[in-house]
Write a protein that binds this ligand. Structure first.
Ligand code: HEM
Ligand SMILES: *[C@@H]1O[C@H](CO)[C@@H](O)[C@H](O)[C@H]1NC(C)=O
Ligand SMILES: *[C@@H]1O[C@H](CO)[C@@H](O)[C@H](O)[C@H]1NC(C)=O
Ligand SMILES: *[C@@H]1O[C@H](CO)[C@@H](O)[C@H](O)[C@H]1NC(C)=O
Ligand SMILES: *[C@@H]1O[C@H](CO)[C@@H](O)[C@H](O)[C@H]1NC(C)=O
Length: 510
């Protein structure tokens, strides 16, 4: 009886949580949660602590913690929306109760949760034989079974080297800058003086077109590219949705979008392979698809999944990073005033009669790099990284049993006052001062170790070029209060409406 009452109060809580959350498919979600809760009443006789007592029998020293409800565990409080610039109630309460390393039951699995900088570094940097990817199986259906996220060992290294070569190749850097510059101008050319634009969508446009251009050589503004953009939005939504393949769910839409995008990729591939014979070398395209065709023996499916994965990795993250930078800078005019480096670059270009950004120009954006680091630290685009222990692991006197999930909570370190003074403040200047090693060591926005983001250089460059265009052409302020929320994936509930004013002396032909 008591259990039933608790369940009904939990239902109320769930419903409240869902109506507060920015999820679109709220009703769908509510029904599913209801279903799961009903199932869990049946399972309620099974002890929630079976995992723990099992552990004690073998004299393990598991971290302390609660396993919460059967099946659901503590997933609902964990997913409760909170601003991404804070760690949220769940983490706060558990850390003060159990310490920075604790045990929970999240997303259907017993999980060691780490808010500890050393354990986070260990999880990310440990030999790849200790941890394997901890993604749920459903992600493989949407992202593909050959996705880099699911690869291990040598297969992972090989796919990763293709990604790294693509994103970091010196030969490609100048074209990247040129494309980002052109695309930023393309996106901002539609902004009218004294109007309100939604920062989130404008940032998504830039990042989508950057990826489309550099992965498949698709130009912005063409019908094929626009159709692909729509499909890609559906795809990105489905990756984090509940894996329920029923008509109308975000998941089934994502699966459909996946097949459409793969069709486009394969069509491009066919064209390349046919044309190869009768076209001169110089016409060869300089994109990821071409690179992969020439430098790997991957099958059609593998190339499809590689391209989908890179698209996904480079689109959803970087666009959020740009939106966050607009948001933080909007609340920090002092930092915008300090952007003299952008005026210097513009003046230099006027004198040189060259309108394109060069690598030397990019090197001048020193304060911009501080703004970028600070944005990624405080904004926390990637809230956690999940792995699974491939073997029994001991750390700081704790046991992590084989097969147990581990979760490195990145914001917990980024917002820890012992590493970053007044962590809740947007303070790009903190990246200018000395003692940088300690800070850099605890900055993990791009992950670390064998899976360190291969697109970090490219992502930073896109952010810098977007900001360059923004500050030399516009004044802006938030048109309405909005906040970056952390779950289910970082999002501005109102789309980040900003009021833009064209400067009297715009630097780009609009
Ligand atoms: C500011 C923007 C970005 C952020 C914050 C970011 C963050 C991350 C993080 C934290 C990981 C590690 C995931 C893990 O360890 O499981 C990662 C992996 C990855 N990122 Fe990024 N990323 C960004 C931009 C990009 C871009 C532009 C690309 C594409 C060119 C990209 C492609 C990838 C890929 C392919 C992986 C998987 C690497 C692997 O598993 O070996 N990312 N990213
Ligand atoms: C990607 O971003 C879109 C828009 O903010 C969001 O709906 C979707 O859930 C995101 N996907 C992931 C996996 O973060
Ligand atoms: C690619 O080549 C490697 C050896 O270099 C081989 O092990 C692998 O099976 C090949 N893959 C395909 C798809 O042919
Ligand atoms: C920003 O962070 C990176 C680590 O990802 C570090 O290498 C770099 O030095 C930092 N930049 C500044 C300006 O501190
Ligand atoms: C933009 O609009 C503002 C206010 O409406 C006006 O003062 C300013 O001159 C305009 N700027 C340009 C470049 O048209």
């Amino acid at each position: 009886m008591i259990e039933l009452m608790t369940i009904s109060s939990m239902l109320c809580f769930t419903y409240k949580m869902i109506t507060m959350s920015p999820l679109e498919d709220q009703k769908e979600m509510f029904l599913i949660v209801l279903l799961v809760l009903l199932c869990s009443t049946i399972l309620i006789t099974i002890s929630a602590f079976s995992w723990r007592s099992h552990g004690q029998q073998k004299a393990f020293r598991l971290p302390q913690g609660d396993m919460g409800w059967p099946v659901l565990g503590e997933t609902l409080p964990f997913l409760k929306p909170h601003p991404s610039t804070s760690i949220g109630d769940f983490m706060q309460q558990r850390i003060s109760k159990h310490g920075k390393i604790f045990m929970s039951n999240l997303l259907g699995k017993p999980t060691v949760v780490s808010a500890d900088a050393e354990l986070n570094r260990f999880i990310l940097q440990a030999d790849s034989r200790l941890f394997e990817p901890g993604w749920s199986r459903s992600i493989g259906e949407v992202l593909g079974k050959h996705s880099i996220l699911l690869q291990v060992g040598d297969a992972h290294k090989k796919m990763r080297s293709i990604n790294l070569n693509f994103a970091n190749n010196g030969k490609l850097k100048t074209p990247f800058l040129r494309d980002a510059y052109r695309i930023a101008a393309f996106v901002m050319s539609s902004w009218k003086n004294d109007s309100v634009v939604l920062g989130k969508y404008e940032a998504r446009k830039l990042c989508f077109h950057m990826m489309a251009k550099n992965i498949l050589s698709l130009e912005p503004g063409t019908p094929v590219t626009e159709k692909l953009r729509k499909e890609y939005e559906a795809f990105a939504k489905g990756v984090v949705s509940l894996p329920l393949n029923l008509p109308g769910t975000a998941y089934s839409k994502a699966l459909k979008a996946r097949s459409y995008i793969l069709e486009v990729v394969w069509q491009c591939m066919e064209e390349r392979l046919c044309r190869k014979k009768d076209v001169e070398e110089e016409d060869a395209k300089d994109d990821l698809l071409q690179w992969t065709l020439e430098n790997s023996n991957y099958s059609e499916e593998q190339i499809g999944d590689l391209i989908l994965g890179t698209f996904f990795g480079g689109y959803n993250t970087t666009s959020k990073a740009i939106a966050l930078a607009i948001y933080f800078l909007g609340g920090c005019p002092k930092a915008v005033e300090q952007f003299e480096e952008h005026d210097r670059i513009v003046q230099g270009k006027r004198r040189g009669g060259n309108s394109e950004l060069s690598c030397d120009d990019y090197k001048q954006m020193e304060f911009t790099q501080c703004v970028i680091n600070e944005t990624l630290r405080l904004g926390n685009i990637v809230p956690y990284i999940q792995r699974k222990a491939s073997t029994h692991i001991k750390f700081k006197g704790y046991d992590i049993p084989q097969g147990c999930n581990v979760m490195a909570v990145l914001p917990a370190v980024h917002l820890d006052p012992s590493f970053f003074e007044s962590p809740e403040q947007f303070n790009p200047w903190r990246w200018q001062s000395d003692h940088g090693i300690r800070r850099t060591n605890n900055f993990m926005a791009f992950g670390g170790g064998a899976r360190l983001c291969p697109g970090a250089v490219l992502g930073r460059m896109e952010m810098a070029v977007f900001l360059h265009h923004l500050v030399i052409n516009f004044n802006w302020e938030l048109a309405e209060p909005d906040l970056p929320m952390a779950f289910p994936s970082l999002d501005f509930p109102k789309g980040l409406p900003i009021k833009v004013r064209l400067l009297s002396n715009p630097q780009v032909s609009m």
